[in-house]
Write a protein that binds this ligand. Structure first.
Ligand code: GAP
Length: 491
């Protein structure tokens, strides 16, 4: 059995809980992700990226940014402010309808999403082979969406079907209430309603309100796109699964403005391109990615697909691709009183552009990459943990290791490290046995190690070790930079 086969077999034997536990513990131990404000007991669903995590997240964001703005002449980037005029959120529909239906359990004091409880229940009925019951509850659930009092309808489904909380088994339910996910804060010295501002729940609106600014400043003609990476905030009722669902997270969004009638073609092209990005640029396993078509659409969309990833805890969304019609520009035109139309200079046609949006979460993608890369195997009779990250994503691109510190090897390795550091993030390590040092690098996903040994001093070659196969070859020390650059392009 090859090394990689052996690794896969071992990882497959781990239970989902165990994998998550191992990922969380590795992430903390090696400086990828820490709980936020940990010395004070932390804060629910808030995390800090450590030295390696911030490098890796930056790599992910750079890859996304370049795939949008460098690869497409007609896509430019912006960096809009997090706080915006509050009317933006009335126009976008978030004040009125960015709500989740929540229900509380009086006994356990836990809060749940009512829709999730029902969906889980339907899933359980199907798994238990009770298809007729599942169909009946599904029908009631679909009818609840159109009911005059949908909260009451959801409550009746939950109590009428004796649905219990999946984690506690309790079911002492309150009424269902709508809960707005936007965080409010007060701007200015006096805390009155006139000064309420929101932390943005999506980066997209910063793009919509800048449509004309960007178009004019960059002389863009439809179709064109505006890309943005930035923080978004949602007061999520259901938290958990590490960095999968956070209250503060980062989005990588692109709005593609186009002529009405051309949206389907653009939608399909973006669907294809975005899927390819995950496999080709990030190296995510194809078989762990799935498409999901939305039947229940958000208030702004007429067509929506998600790209989902097989996390250890289930198949969940990492990116949404939405055809948003002209909803947002129309709303901003109405609420601001400013004309948001585009005038085609060649045909003199005037229209409100339609929009296809690609919206990915940097943190979810980070977790997907970690869990896709995590493997355990045995090399030279020793167990090892390995992160098989694509070299493009890996935080450290190479380690430079002197076989021994003395005898001139330490200095030679330090010199090589200094040279490589001009272009790559590399680590120098001379502590512990060479085997231990290789394993330390395998565990953080460093794709290559260069070892300076006696032969280096005699004939100027180093050992290049490949993380995934643990195989080694000798290369000239003067060619290490070139080797590394070529490997990163090839990755
Ligand atoms: N502008 C459209 C929009 O915001 P969304 O599906 O609500 O669409 C897009 O969010 C992406 O943002 C999701 O696919 C996910 O990757 C990320 N995301 C959303 N909520 C999140 C949360 N609470 N924690 C982490 N990432 C989140």
């Amino acid at each position: 059995m090859s090394n990689s086969e052996q690794a896969r077999v071992q990882s497959q034997n781990l239970s989902p809980d165990k994998v998550m536990h191992k990922l969380v513990s590795l992430a903390k131990r090696r400086g990828f992700i820490f709980p936020s404000s940990e010395i004070y007991g932390g804060l629910s669903s808030c995390f800090d990226y450590g030295p390696l995590g911030s490098e890796m997240k930056k790599n992910i964001k750079d890859l996304w940014w370049n795939s949008m703005t460098r690869r497409h002449q007609n896509i430019v980037g912006i960096d809009a402010s997090i706080m915006m005029n509050p009317t933006v959120w009335e126009a976008s529909g978030h004040v009125a309808s960015f709500n989740d239906p929540m229900i509380d359990d009086r006994t356990t004091k836990r809060r749940y999403r009512a829709d999730h409880l029902i969906e889980n229940h339907i899933g359980k009925l199907v798994r238990d082979g009770k298809q007729a019951d599942a169909d009946r509850v599904k029908e009631e659930y679909e009818a609840a969406a159109g009911a005059e009092d949908s909260n009451r309808a959801l409550y009746e489904i939950i109590t009428g079907n004796c649905i219990k909380a999946p984690d506690t088994g309790s079911g002492d339910w309150t009424e269902v209430r709508q809960f707005n996910l936007m965080f409010q804060c007060n701007m200015g010295a006096v805390a009155d309603t006139a000064s309420i501002v929101y932390l943005r729940p999506e980066t997209a609106q910063g793009i919509f309100v800048n449509f004309h600014n960007v178009r004019e400043a960059s002389r863009m003609k439809v179709p064109f796109g505006i890309a943005q990476i930035g923080k978004a905030f949602r007061n999520e009722i259901v938290k958990g699964n590490f960095i999968f669902r956070m209250v503060e997270f980062e989005q990588m969004e692109m709005q593609y403005f186009l002529k009405p009638g051309t949206q389907l073609e653009a939608f399909e092209a973006w669907r294809e391109e975005r899927f390819r990005w995950y496999t080709e640029s990030l190296g995510i396993s194809r078989e762990k990615l799935h498409w999901y078509k939305h039947d229940k659409l958000a208030h702004y969309a007429d067509l929506a697909y998600d790209i989902k990833f097989e996390f250890p805890f289930g198949i969940e969304e990492i990116e949404g691709i939405h055809s948003r019609t002209d909803f947002d520009l129309k709303q901003h035109q109405e609420y601001s009183g400013k004309n948001m139309e585009y005038i085609d200079q060649t045909t003199n046609e005037r229209y409100l552009p339609y929009v296809v949006e690609t919206s990915a979460g940097a943190d979810r993608l980070f977790l997907a990459l970690l869990s896709d890369a995590y493997q355990e195997d045995v090399v030279d009779g020793e167990p090892r943990v390995i992160l098989k990250l694509s070299p493009r994503v890996a935080p450290v691109k190479a380690a430079v290791l002197p076989l021994m510190k003395k005898g001139g090897m330490g200095e030679k390795a330090e010199q090589l490290c200094r040279e490589l550091s001009e272009n790559f993030l590399v680590q120098y390590d001379d502590a512990a046995s060479i085997g231990k040092r290789y394993r330390r690098q395998d565990e953080i996903g460093t794709p290559f190690c260069f070892t300076v040994d006696h032969q280096t001093l005699e004939e100027g070659s180093v050992t290049a070790r490949y993380r995934d196969t643990a195989t080694q070859e000798r290369i000239d020390i003067s060619k290490v930079g070139e080797f590394l650059a070529a490997q990163l392009v090839k990755a």
